[in-house]
Design a protein around this ligand. Structure first.
Ligand code: UD1
Length: 430
């Protein structure tokens, strides 16, 4: 098992290049199999989740040709299997996007039912409701979702909750349904828009992505395209909070500042200086940061995927902050780890009250999930002494060369896998 070992306590300073958005990439890769022609996708992040999705596509007969680390060609012509096994779903829930893609293209898809995960129970009722509305029979048998339809017909669908996953999954199936689908109360996240743009570049007719209502006029066939994935707003935000927590000065490059508005607003509220450029954002933190209140909400609200990163930062701000997590029920586990580093936190239901402390004290902590893992690294970078973060497999699912990028802005962090390597690191930095 690999760990990060970190010697923190000094500001991060410099520029960091942000990669393609993992969550957009996962859905775009699934959608790429919907044509028999070859699709080229660029600006893919080279992270474990993306690689599992590519394996799942190859596993059902899709041609996957990795041109370089960030570019892939996919051809879905020779797909011979419409069944996605639990092995893939277990590793990445997002392989359920193949349900919408296969159902749209072949009118039949079978995907192992995803269970809960570390951040909550995560139902998929809205995905199934959408597929049923389009005319598919959807059953759950032997741990699999089986969706089948003679014909898919456009329909008016109203989602009961705002969900990114269901919005994208149903949008993919409706792309190849007959007639007009109107989806209301949809998610407006940048990656919903990116998937719609990608499908449109393949010949789909999707309007309204990024608003509450998406209208899809079904088409019979999709064609080849070349497409570049949008920058990852969560990766960018993670480095921005790393700058804030370490009292640093970091510029994130290759970002869309509009996608970072909620993050920027909170950084300014706590006392950081933020400068926006066309495709870069600079965060300067001179210390003296103050508390604030934050509630996670669907886009354009404050992202749940940024909640642990702001949580760590607030734990070092003076005064009392509150965090309300309104999207996932189990996303405060990292606060227990943070308390072990000396943070002063009280959790009640989906709210956490944080009394800021002047400093954390370094120790060994475990990453409970992807974003929380990254947040604990930020905590380590902001703390004098040596912090060890275990279970970094979670972090590698969604951050490309995380430690390298941190080293590029002055972070002292290494990936290790033995106690000996930890001792060596300690000797080197002492
Ligand atoms: C996606 C992101 C994840 C992010 C989340 C919220 C991917 C691969 N993952 O997850 O990183 O944290 O959006 O921005 O893009 N819900 C239902 N029924 C459903 C579906 C969802 O009740 O059928 C609920 C969920 O339990 C949750 C809320 O809706 O409370 C939002 O979930 P959703 O937006 O679907 O998250 P994901 O797409 O799974």
């Amino acid at each position: 098992m690999e760990q990060y070992v970190i010697k923190g306590g000094h500001p991060l300073v410099g520029e960091v290049e942000i990669g393609g958005a993992k969550n957009a990439a996962l859905a775009i890769l699934a959608a790429a199999i919907m044509t028999d022609e070859t699709v080229r996708i660029d600006n893919l992040p080279d992270v474990n989740d993306v690689n599992v999705m590519l394996d799942a596509i190859a596993g059902i007969g899709g041609m996957v040709h990795r041109i370089d680390r960030h570019t892939v060609q996919i051809n879905g012509k020779k797909i011979h299997d419409i069944s996605i096994e639990y092995d893939y779903i277990k590793k990445i829930r997002a392989s359920y996007y193949l349900l919408g893609a296969l159902l749209g293209k072949y009118r039949h898809a079978e995907v192992a039912l995803p269970g809960g995960c570390n951040i909550g129970s995560r139902p998929i009722d809205q995905h199934l409701k959408g597929f049923r509305a389009l005319g598919a029979d959807v059953d759950i048998e032997h741990g699999k979702i089986i969706a089948e339809a003679d014909r898919l017909r456009g329909k008016h669908i109203y989602f009961d909750v705002v969900t990114v996953g269901a919005t994208i999954n149903v949008m993919m199936a409706a792309t190849m349904a007959e007639g007009l689908t109107i989806m209301e109360n949809v998610a407006k996240e940048p990656h919903v828009v990116d998937v719609a743009n990608f499908l449109n570049s393949m010949g789909a007719n999707i309007r309204g992505a990024g608003t509450d209502v998406i209208k899809i006029r079904g088409v019979q066939r999709l064609h080849s395209t070349e497409y570049s994935v949008i920058p990852d707003q969560i990766e960018a935000g993670t480095f921005m909070f790393a700058a804030a927590a370490t009292r640093g000065d970091v510029t994130v490059l290759n970002v869309i500042p509009k996608h970072l508005e909620a993050t920027v607003a909170k950084l300014v509220e706590i006392g950081c200086e933020v400068e926006e450029f066309d495709d870069a954002v600079r965060v300067v933190s001179k210390g003296g940061l103050k508390s604030t209140h934050v509630k996670t909400l669907p886009y354009p609200g404050f992202p749940t995927d940024m909640q642990p990163q702001i949580g760590v930062t607030l734990a070092l701000c003076s005064g009392t902050s509150t965090i309300t997590e309104s999207i996932f029920e189990n996303r405060f586990k990292y606060l227990d780890e943070l308390a072990r580093m000396g943070a002063n936190i009280k959790i009640e239901g989906n709210s956490a009250t944080i009394e800021g402390v002047r400093r954390f004290s370094a120790t060994r902590v475990s990453a409970p999930d992807l974003r929380a893992g990254a947040a604990l690294c930020i905590a380590g970078l902001a703390t004098d002494g040596i912090t060890i973060v275990d279970d970094i497999l979670y972090i590698q699912r969604g951050y490309e060369r995380f430690e390298e990028k941190l080293r590029g802005i002055g972070g002292i962090i290494e990936k290790v896998s033995t106690e000996r390597e930890i001792q060596k690191f300690k000797l080197k930095v002492s």
